[in-house]
Design a protein around this ligand. Structure first.
Ligand SMILES: [Zn+2]
Length: 512
């Protein structure tokens, strides 16, 4: 196949500084070679695609997602369940998956969903799921804590693993859900992880998500991505040239004592900002010390030493900061370290920042760090959380702002749910939870594309559609920027008809 690609006759939203909308782009050797110069291909065999007036955006970049651990989800994952909004749609997702998965094998939707997303405000019943997949166990669950819902074969399977299931197919919230997940995960092989990881990449590309900043997985139940061996599947796929999208890896650090053994090992023996344009290790995050410690205030003294070590060694760092108190406590430490080592050149990021106030934003501006503002509250009710991200206030401030999901267990992998939340303030159940803080469609696509390169020091190549940048594009099923063509309630159903990464077509719905 030619490595030149020409896109003609489109509405190409470049997300450059001037918000240019172009009509043609040529991509050569993976990089954008020309814009609005028509067909400038050198190679007579270049692939030329007539966009027929379709809307194009840069490939969407999620700057905080637990993507790789979704490869560990037991069974055949049904990501399409994230955008089923009636029981009927949920059952069609199950039926469709049953057609592609071998008989007798588990069909699963564990995380990324909530029964309140369906108009009926309930899970499909055991009988309904029996009819939809008579030959497969089916298991759905809210995140990793439940409750879960299963069909007759699923009930038999889970009970056979020693976990009780109700007569109605419901797996109780808490211990039973965690036990069920762990018991099913124990049957999930390395080859299953390889298959599932490839499926997740195909799903992401079908929605226009072309680049994920992976945040590991450090919570034992339902998502432990082993920091030592958990990256083997993606590395094997990378060596076999089977990674069709970009993956940027942030390594979590889990020190619990002042000697910082985990951080020291990472800083001493891992190459920072190393890899190729497809898979690269970027930095550390979203933890320097484990989750539980971080929710306690004040932070332990050795956190200061961790931060100092990361700054001294010049690593990029993203830090989980949900509550305002948590944000302030971390900034206290960052400001202390900043007196000796300026943080502004390091491209650090405060991640999540729910309920952040202007004073805290101003402190971030003074330090020269960025904010990663995420849409995870879309699945409202699943996480105890101190407010939604004030998108409007954050975007009106003068600092780097990137977007993301914190998917795909407490939140979704499908980026259109995340964009929908930022634009409407509505959660999965249709309730307004972020009044006065919505942003425009242009603004949300912008923060999911243009500034994202800054967060991994790849701003020269990653982000908007500009000459010299990565040739990553999404040709949309409908014109997202036209509120008549795509009313708010339809945003979540948008897909990609054609996705291009590195100048290569990596998803083709067969429309063009
Ligand atoms: Zn996270």
């Amino acid at each position: 196949m030619s490595y030149e690609l020409v896109l003609l006759n489109g509405k190409i939203h470049t997300m450059d500084e001037a918000d240019t909308v172009a009509s043609s782009v040529t991509i050569r050797a993976g990089l954008i070679a020309s814009i609005d110069e028509g067909n400038t291909a050198f190679d007579p065999d270049a692939k030329v695609i007539d966009l027929q007036g379709r809307t194009v955006i840069p490939g969407l970049i999620d700057n905080h997602i637990h993507f790789l651990r979704t490869g560990l989800i037991p069974g055949h994952d049904m990501r399409e369940m994230e955008t089923a909004f009636t029981i009927e749609e949920a059952l069609s997702v199950i039926q469709a998956r049953a057609k592609t998965a071998p008989k007798g094998e588990l069909l699963s939707a564990l995380g990324g969903i909530h029964p309140d997303q369906f108009d009926e405000k309930r899970y499909p019943t055991l009988a309904e799921m029996n009819d939809a997949a008579p030959d497969h166990p089916v298991y759905l669950s809210i995140s990793n804590w439940g409750p879960g819902a299963t069909n007759a074969l699923g009930k038999e399977l889970i009970e056979g693993l020693g976990v009780p299931v109700g007569e109605d197919g419901i797996v109780a919230q808490g211990k039973e859900t965690v036990d069920a997940w762990n018991a099913l995960a124990a049957r999930h092989s390395y080859q299953d992880t390889m298959r599932q990881t490839q499926n997740q990449m195909d799903f992401a590309l079908s929605k226009g998500l072309t680049n994920v900043f992976d945040m590991g997985g450090t919570i034992p139940a339902g998502g432990w991505l082993d920091p030592a061996t958990g990256y083997n599947p993606i590395l094997e796929l990378m060596r076999d040239d089977k990674v069709p999208m970009r993956v940027r890896v942030f390594l979590p650090v889990l020190d619990t004592d002042a000697k910082l053994p985990d951080l020291t090992a990472r800083l001493d023996y891992t190459f920072k900002e190393f890899g190729n344009d497809i898979v690269r290790v970027v930095g550390v995050g979203e933890w320097l010390i484990p989750n539980k410690l971080q929710r306690q205030q004040p932070l332990p003294d050795f956190y200061t030493e961790s931060v100092r070590a990361v700054a001294e060694r010049g690593w990029i760092y993203k830090q989980h900061m949900v509550a305002l108190e948590e944000q302030k406590a971390h900034l206290d430490v960052w400001e202390k370290v900043n007196k000796d080592i300026p943080l502004a050149d390091l491209h650090w990021s405060m991640d999540h920042c729910y309920g952040i106030d202007q004073e805290t934003i101003d402190r971030a501006i003074d330090l020269g760090v960025g904010i990663s503002s995420h849409s995870a509250r879309y699945l409202e009710g699943m996480v105890q959380s101190p407010g939604a991200p004030p998108f409007r206030m954050i975007l009106d401030s003068d600092l780097q702002v990137g977007g993301g999901s914190d998917g795909a267990r407490i939140s979704t992998m499908n980026p259109w749910n995340m964009l929908y939340f930022a634009v409407t303030g509505n959660n999965h159940a249709g309730e307004q939870i972020n009044p006065g803080q919505s942003i425009s469609r242009q603004e949300i696509v912008r923060i999911w594309t243009q500034p994202q390169g800054w967060f991994c020091k790849e701003e020269k190549k990653m982000g908007p559609i500009e000459v010299g940048k990565y040739g990553d594009f999404v040709i949309l099923s409908d014109d997202f920027f036209d509120e008549q063509a795509v009313p708010d309630q339809d945003i979540r159903k948008l897909t990609s008809v054609l996705t291009v990464v590195d100048g290569k077509v990596v998803h083709d719905a067969g429309v063009l």
